[in-house]
Design a protein around this ligand. Structure first.
Ligand code: ZN
Length: 326
């Protein structure tokens, strides 16, 4: 069969898969223990709806993709159930972010008959996406209250996927691993990956062009939790403040007062809630500053169509933030 490979992205994908094939050949069978699946199907289990859709961008319909945390539910404070452990048992590959976001999945491995060899961490050790540290004040505030930050960010920002360039690195990692595990799917994955990269490239170019049309000094936002650091870096946005450093950590009265002061000083007129979090704190801040709480941003979870895909959610985010600058 002759395949017509039309785009640069698809050629890049083919090169990636060729490189993977060489690696598999050189290492000689080490992947057999990590991948017990011999059947026609291969099941990827993602911790969140976001990573499931990024896996879909990378793999298309070449495999089955399942999710643990449902759309619209908070990953940071998620409590897995026995049914979730069964999902792990049924999976060939477990896809998580790491960096303190979804470490709870590791506690399910042993009971589900899995090991860390069955897990792919998308966010660890990505060049250009080393930790963005939270502010020193936030660290100190947490330490004083004796918080262990078990479900939180641990003083770092795990939200690499909110920069599409980071999402593409996630895609590459997923495509490489599954092609590694299942050489018989590698050609089809290469094609699906190329199409996914084309979609992501269109998103990147569109959103970057829209932000470039806004003067830099107008690009200021306030969000619910400390999730948009990489996003802000990608588009030259200043994060004036966040209501909570990580979900489950309520801000102190002093922290709220400091944020209100920062919002007034920066002249921010709109603040953003996030889909999976109630926004009582934001409502209070809005009441005291006169700022308006705008429609939900998508950070850790996807939502209803058209935000039921990564690309759709990122477009909705860009539209909402850009509208607030007008
Ligand atoms: Zn988060």
């Amino acid at each position: 069969m002759r395949l017509s490979i039309g785009s640069i992205a698809q050629r890049r994908a083919a090169a990636l898969v060729a490189a993977i094939a060489l690696t598999v050949g050189a290492c000689g069978g080490s992947s057999a223990s990590a991948s017990p699946s011999n059947g026609p199907d291969y099941v990827v289990l993602a911790t969140t709806s976001v990573f499931a859709d990024i896996a879909k961008l990378a793999l298309g319909d070449t495999v089955t993709i399942n999710t643990i945390v449902p759309a619209g539910v908070d990953v940071h404070t998620f409590e897995p159930s026995p049914a979730d452990a069964q999902k792990l048992t049924d999976a060939d590959l477990i896809v998580m972010n790491g960096l303190g976001l979804d470490e709870w999945v590791l506690t399910l491995l042993e009971g589900a008959g899995k090991t860390e060899a069955d897990v792919l961490e998308l966010g660890e050790d990505l060049t250009g996406f080393e930790y963005i540290e939270s502010t020193e004040e936030e660290h100190e505030a947490g330490a004083e209250e004796g918080e262990t930050d078990e479900h939180g960010h641990g003083g770092t920002d795990p939200h690499i996927w909110l920069d599409p360039a980071g999402a593409q690195l996630y895609m590459e990692r997923i495509a490489k691993r599954v092609s590694d595990d299942r050489a018989d799917l590698a050609d089809r994955i290469a094609l699906a990956f190329g199409e996914g990269v084309d979609q992501l490239t269109a998103l990147k170019n569109d959103v970057a062009a829209k932000y470039a049309a806004i003067p830099a000094e107008k690009r200021k936002i306030v969000t619910f939790h400390d999730a948009f650091g990489y996003y802000a870096r990608a588009y030259g946005i200043t994060i004036v403040g966040v209501a909570v450093e990580a979900p489950g950590q309520d801000p102190s009265a002093q922290e709220i007062a400091a944020l209100i002061e920062a919002i007034r000083a920066a002249g921010v007129t709109s603040i953003f809630s996030e889909v999976q979090f109630p926004s009582k704190v934001l409502d209070q801040i809005a009441a005291e500053t006169g700022a308006v709480v705008l429609e939900d941003l998508y950070s850790d979870a996807l939502g209803a169509a058209p935000a039921d895909t990564y690309v759709g959610a990122m477009q909705k985010n860009a539209d909402a933030i850009l509208a607030s600058f007008k």
